[in-house]
Design a protein around this ligand. Structure first.
Ligand code: ARG
Length: 501
């Protein structure tokens, strides 16, 4: 069936190796392992740790939110292992989209590509609104233009997206420099938060570590409740182990985005080695920091009193160290800025890979001769993200970013054992241990977290996917490169003249 056609792996590899020198579409190779880890941490540490920690501790898990972060971290690490195997053996700009095209067929590839566009575009937009909110608070700007509620247009969000969009377009090296700097700031401050906060931790705040389950309030009912609870007709409840698990699904947002690294394979000097280092390094560092920061927050303040909006800053304030609040704001602004930038960079690469294959119009896949970036698709998508962030109240849509990431992780996990059977002799610099067991566990864990997200999120996600299906059958299905390719040209037999030296 034509929707299930796959792209030969040798074509995928050839596309990934083009560097633009022979007139083929190709990106420029500037990045090393440190840059990749910088991009990874750049996109990972942001809104999640600075806000979700408070909300989930208070409303869903108590101090057990630390376990939620650990669980989400392990699930993300499993997915990162699978990503590392595929990214290092098939280093391309499209990551999961490309792996799916080579293993599971065009329609699955499209679904994943469309899903990744949602994740990265919405990721940038959601975080841009948060960014604007921080800015407004820091400088006392009018919330009508910079805030979340009741604003007509969010100028801060539009401004930051356009500005970072320009950085992303002007060059991968420039983007790496800006990202590395921001990452240094936010990681240093996170380390400081953990080290200083430990002095204020009180054992009493940590007991009971997991508060006993209790019935959920009306707010968590109906389409707001996790699919697992709705599906099995369970009485909606919060806290207890169930609460810890549903908090894990929500804080998973804090880990999403690391896959951006896997999209930089065509811009990395030594992709086979460095992609693995970048992916796993990102995850290890962020997991350790997250567990540290969340432990400090719930250890400093009884969970019933944690501030929902600014949990870290107000924990320090309560301990009489209000000055730490300024540091936290700086870390948050630096963190959110790098998240948006890397989201925009990665979004351009995914769009580039999809349009290069003709599933969306190939003319926008052009690479800029000097900057070496996919500037057209990046520009188009940056403007779209700016409009989204400027006009839609998005804070409710963070879960949609998570479901998008999780859906891609499920497919990437499944793709590992499939690719091992389909192309057994592919050069694999990194191999997931215990395949297929570990990839299957990874897929199931991601699926489980997906089912812990709310019914509402699933409905929104399915609507987005339906839109994708319409575009695919209306355009991509007939117009893409595999569909329009002439029958494979027969190999030219060398003429006798060519054979003689
Ligand atoms: N592509 C994405 N998932 N982007 C959003 C990343 C969000 C980031 N993990 C944070 O906590 O702020």
């Amino acid at each position: 069936m034509s929707v299930l056609r796959t792209k030969p792996i040798k074509d995928v590899l050839a596309q990934g190796e083009a560097d633009g020198s022979d007139g083929k579409l190709g990106l420029k190779r500037h990045l090393g392992a440190r840059d990749l880890t910088g991009f990874g941490i750049g996109i990972v540490i942001g809104t999640g740790i600075f806000t979700l920690t408070g909300i989930e501790a208070r409303d869903s898990a108590g101090p057990g939110v630390v376990i939620s972060f650990a669980i989400a971290g392990v699930v993300a690490l499993l997915a990162a292992l699978c990503y590392a195997e595929l990214a290092s053996s098939v280093p391309t700009a499209g990551s999961a989209y490309t792996y799916a095209y080579a293993t599971m067929g065009e329609i699955v590839a499209w679904i994943i590509g469309w899903d990744l566009l949602l994740e990265f575009a919405l990721g940038a937009a959601v975080v841009a609104r948060g960014w604007s909110g921080y800015l407004a608070e820091l400088f006392g700007l009018p919330t009508a233009w910079f805030g979340e509620e009741g604003s007509v247009v969010n100028l801060g969000a539009i401004g930051i997206v356009l500005l970072l969009g320009v950085v992303a377009i002007v060059g991968i090296r420039e983007s790496a420099r800006v990202t590395n700097l921001l990452v240094l700031v936010k990681v240093a401050i996170c380390v400081f938060i953990v080290a200083a906060g430990l002095f204020f931790v009180k054992a009493a705040n940590l007991t009971p570590f997991i508060p006993p389950a209790e019935p959920a309030g009306a707010a968590d009912d109906g389409i707001k409740q996790p699919v697992t609870q709705a599906l099995f007709g369970l009485e909606p409840s919060v806290f207890g182990f169930v609460g810890v698990l549903s908090a894990a699904a929500v804080v998973f947002f804090a880990y999403t985005g690391f896959e951006a690294v896997a999209n930089l394979g065509e811009e990395t000097r030594r992709p086979k080695r460095d992609l693995t280092l970048g992916l796993l390094g990102t995850l290890l560092i962020s997991t350790v920091l997250y567990i540290g920061v969340s432990l400090v927050v719930v250890g400093m303040v009884p969970y019933t009193e944690i501030d929902r909006g600014a949990p870290i800053a107000s924990a320090f304030k309560a301990a009489g160290a209000g000055w730490a609040g300024v540091l936290v704001s700086i870390a948050a602004i630096a963190g959110l800025t790098s998240v948006i930038l890397v989201d925009l960079v990665a979004m351009g690469r995914i769009g580039f890979a999809i349009s290069r294959d003709g599933l969306i119009p190939p003319s926008i896949a052009k690479v800029h001769p000097r900057w070496g970036t996919p500037y057209r698709i990046s520009a188009v998508m940056t403007v779209a993200v700016a409009l989204l962030a400027g006009f839609l109240p998005l804070s409710a849509l963070a879960d949609l970013v998570s479901i998008g990431a999780l859906c891609a992780f499920v497919l990437v996990s499944v793709a590992v054992p499939i690719l091992r059977r389909k192309r057994p002799d592919l050069d694999r610099p990194f191999k997931v241990p215990f395949s297929p067991v570990l990839p299957i566990v990874s897929a199931l864990a991601c699926l489980y977290l997906m089912l812990n997200l709310s019914v509402e999120t699933w409905i929104r996600f399915l609507i987005w996917m339906l839109l994708g299906a319409i575009i695919y059958f209306g355009y991509g299905h007939r117009r893409n490169r595999l569909a329009t390719a002439n029958p494979a040209p027969t190999p030219r037999t060398p003429t006798p003249r060519q054979l003689t030296p």
